[in-house]
Structure formats: C-alpha cells, structure tokens
Design a protein around this ligand. Structure first.
Ligand code: ADP
Length: 226
C-alpha cells in the first residue's frame, strides 16, 4: 500500500507543486492521475521514487516511511518500481534485447537469470521477434513496448507511467494500454499520469484529479472530466 499523508512539495524557487495531499493506493490498483499541465502529477510520482524530497508530510510504502530513507537505501526503493515515460528513453546504441538486459545488469542479476527472464518479458510485450533490432528501427509503439519490458524485467510491484501514450497514435496507444492492463491484472500496481481522455474514459479505472497541487477528485471507475 502507498500512503501520502499531508504531503506538500515546494520547489526551491517557491513553486507549491503539491499542497497537503492525502492519497492511499492499495496494492494491485490501477490509478490514473489527471489534471492540467503543471497540476503536480509528475511531482507526485517523483516524490514516490524519491527523485524529489517532500517539503512536508510522509509517504509510506507498505508502512515504511520512504521520506526518511538514507541515500544508500534509495536504490532498493527504486527496484520496487518500474518507470515508463512519454519519450521512451531507450539506449539508441543497444538492441532491444540489450536495452532490457541492461536493466537487469545494473541490479546485479546473474547471466543465467538474464538469459531466462529477458525473453519472457519481451514475449509479454509482444516483441520477441524484434530482439535484435535497434530502437531507430522500431515504430513508436514498439519503442514503448521495449521501455515497458525494461520497466518490468526486475519484477517491480509498482509501475509508474508518465504520459506513456503521449507520442503514440490512438490505435497504438490503445494497444499499449492493453499491455498495462494485463500487467495490472497480474497484480502490479499501476500509477499513470495522462492527458489521454479517450483512454481514461474507456478503461473505467480509479481517477485522481489534481489541480494546482491539490486532489480535487478521487473516483472509482471514473472518467477524465467529472
Ligand atoms: P504536471 O506533471 O501535472 O504537469 P508537475 O508536477 O510537473 O505537473 O509540476 C507542478 C508544478 O511544479 C508546476 O508549476 C511546475 O512548473 C513546477 N515544477 C516542476 N518541477 C519543478 C522544478 N524542478 N523546479 C521548480 N518548479 C518545478
């Protein structure tokens, strides 16, 4: 379970990005974060990953306060999370297989585990047959599948996505969403910041709307606009 308790975030320049946010997300939930640009969605995900520190409040992950973790403990926190971005962020000079493999190498996985696991996740995102290609040889949707495989390869309990379909056409976006949904069905918590109204309306998941750093709506089976 993830709990934000009275969380505020003020950036150094004084911007109040989040104000007294209280939010509980159960294990295995699928949550859309919606709201206009600058509302505070990305900040919320960055606090969860400890890419930014809270100004005030606590964030509990399975009852442990992650705001008080020491620097050396942060890599262990991040291993529980997979992240996908709008712009894919793949390594251009490595193949599909190597991009995914790399995520396992940096956490010290054995060669044997890597050989077993990488094909499994590539299969999960439907990209086994393109393992030897480079990112530039792939469509946007395929690149996002690689990014998803990379995010999943170390079996995170939480998958965070920041506008993952922002660079994709509607049909491809829908295919990517189906993968997110199947990952969620297997038990992974999904937290997705998005502007994709059609997708949010169709998927009927929990919708948390943020406006000027405050949660203004939290609705199960919600739509993009209340
Ligand atoms: P969203 O993801 O909803 O677009 P963000 O969390 O990125 O919103 O931003 C929330 C607010 O915080 C915005 O006003 C933004 O300009 C500001 N902000 C984000 N990052 C920083 C930063 N590193 N320094 C100062 N202000 C920031």
């Amino acid at each position: 379970m993830i709990q934000f308790i009275d969380v505020s975030k003020y950036y150094d320049n004084g911007t109040a990005a989040l104000k007294d946010v209280n939010l509980t997300i159960e294990n295995g939930e699928f949550v859309f974060l919606v709201g206009s640009s600058g509302a505070g969605k990305t900040t919320l995900t960055k606090l969860l990953m400890r890419e930014e520190n809270v100004t005030k409040g606590q964030i509990l992950l399975n009852d442990e306060d992650i705001t008080s973790l020491e620097h050396r403990e942060i890599p262990y926190l991040r291993r529980k999370m997979g992240v996908v971005f709008q712009d894919f962020r793949l390594l251009d000079d490595r193949t599909v297989y190597e991009n995914v493999e790399f995520a396992m190498k940096i956490v010290g996985a054995s060669a044997r585990d890597i050989r077993r696991r990488v094909p499994v996740v590539l299969n999960q995102v439907g990209l086994n047959y393109k393992a030897k290609l480079f990112p530039r040889q792939l469509s946007g949707g395929e690149q996002q599948r690689v990014a998803l495989a990379r995010a999943l390869v170390n079996n995170p309990s939480i998958l965070i996505a920041d506008e993952p379909t922002g660079n994709l056409n509607p049909k491809t976006a829908m295919e990517i969403m189906e993968i997110f949904e199947s990952i969620n069905r297997r038990g992974t918590t999904v937290i997705m910041a998005t502007h994709a109204k059609d997708i949010v309306d169709m998927m009927k998941k929990r919708v948390v709307e943020i406006e000027d750093g405050e949660i203004v709506r939290d609705e199960v089976g919600g739509v993009y606009h209340a």
